[in-house]
Design a protein around this ligand. Sequence first.
Ligand SMILES: [Mg+2]
Length: 217
Amino acid sequence: MLIVFDLDDTLIDTSGCVTPFKMKSVLELVEKKNVLSKGVEEVEAELVELNQKSRSSSEALFEILKRYGALHLYDEALSLYTAPLPADFAIQTTPMAKEVVQMLRSRGHLLAIVTGGKQSFQLEKLKKAGFELSMFSKIMIPEDSIKKPCYEALLREFLVLPSQCAVVGDRIPMDLLPAKELGFRTVHMRWGRGLLWKKENWIDHSIRELSELLEYF
Ligand SMILES: [Mg+2]
């Protein structure tokens, strides 16, 4: 099989360790610019709540800045969000992610990553989480987060049929739906943002931890 992983909230615990840190830096920015009509703790609680309900962090940032009439800070806030992390910043994987990747690889599966976002930031997170990049036959990082063309490119590059491919990701509309349309097997990771979406009947497997993949592949 060719198994394609999403990165954030699938291989790494973005919601648990990166998001809170990044939100703090954005809040520092808006506080410095004096655009808040409330205390920063109160705004932080609002941002956390908004983020839990949003499909992406950029959507949550947009909403909170709109709420405080500070949309002129959006570009600056967004670039802070994807700026390099401190050198000693540790990123946790989701439970057993590295072990599962190694195990799947040793079972002969081809592994790939398709993750949306800024290339340098996505690669930095992978490295800081301690993943051996050589475990993956291909890493694709579409900046616009549109994954279907990447999935199609993988089919062409590795000469595999869609039925021999699976996608594992937390976001159903972005990660899994385009894969399903191509005829891939789909695995929903219920982690972080992935908890926003309910189980849908067309999804082949729904997992809480990657180790469950070892039952299926
Ligand atoms: Mg994700």
